[in-house]
Design a protein around this ligand. Sequence first.
Ligand code: XIL
Length: 299
Amino acid sequence: ESTLGAAAAQSGRYFGTAIASGRLSDSTYASIANREFNMVTAENEMKIDATEPQRGQFNFSSADRVYNWAVQNGKEVRGHTLAWHSQQPGWMQNLSGNDLRQAMIGHINGVMAHYKGKIVQWDVVNEAFADGSSGARRDSNLQRSGNDWIELAFRTARAADPSAKLCYNDYNVENWTWAKTQAMYSMVRDFKQRGVPIDCVGFQAHFNNGSPYNSNFRTTLQNFAALGVDVAVTELDIQGASPTTYANVINDCLAVERCLGVTVWGVRDSDSWRPEHTPLLFNNDGSKKAAYSAVLNAL
Ligand code: XIL
């Protein structure tokens, strides 16, 4: 096959990218994105601050720009993200306790109603665990509202749109030996045992020199899949864009039947949230990097 999306489709998977609405008017960007990818995640446009800037007043103008571009070009969309400690609008940052829980429910219902039946996977909760060796939840206003805020979010999301796969998404959870990975695993196992509606786990896979790729990532994906959830690589970028490391990640996903697909977090290095890492598959001029060929060959 000659594109990433078509190559991934050979095994029933997808190959996606983050899309920034403001870049769609850049014809180099838009033509590469349209040619290579068959899954889209809005890089920022479906986040809480973008979609509910004032409490109860939803604004989907930027989100719909990304959604409509994707669907008009034959792509599917991952929703990102409904409940998160970061990129909260000011009004939500100032809430706590039951008021915040009600606001979270209202937000999930409002966004999921707008896209009901249109989103294949939703990142319902993002980044709820702390880094380091504690295995604890990350401190946030949501966490302080009650330890059950995550399952409350998933139950609300299932009722709002039963057709979407509901995912928990996090970073630094690719290495099986890390406490954060183990904590996430315990939560997903507990959710499956108690019937909390969770369908998938997203591994962001922002690999860099401080938290590099480890070959036990495949074990991690296998162990989560064995709990009865799908898995996905949701925000892949690799500092330095080693072709070997990129191929390893692809091979890890392909080795796990329940791995749905891979999304890279941007198109060209200059589109990356960490451009100094040159972590993506395309050069700034739109040409393909060595990592691109490695990924295409692995798929
Ligand atoms: C990043 C975006 O790429 C940036 O443009 C924005 O300024 C901050 O957020 N984990 C996530 C993504 O789940 O939403 C983040 O995206 C990157 C880390």
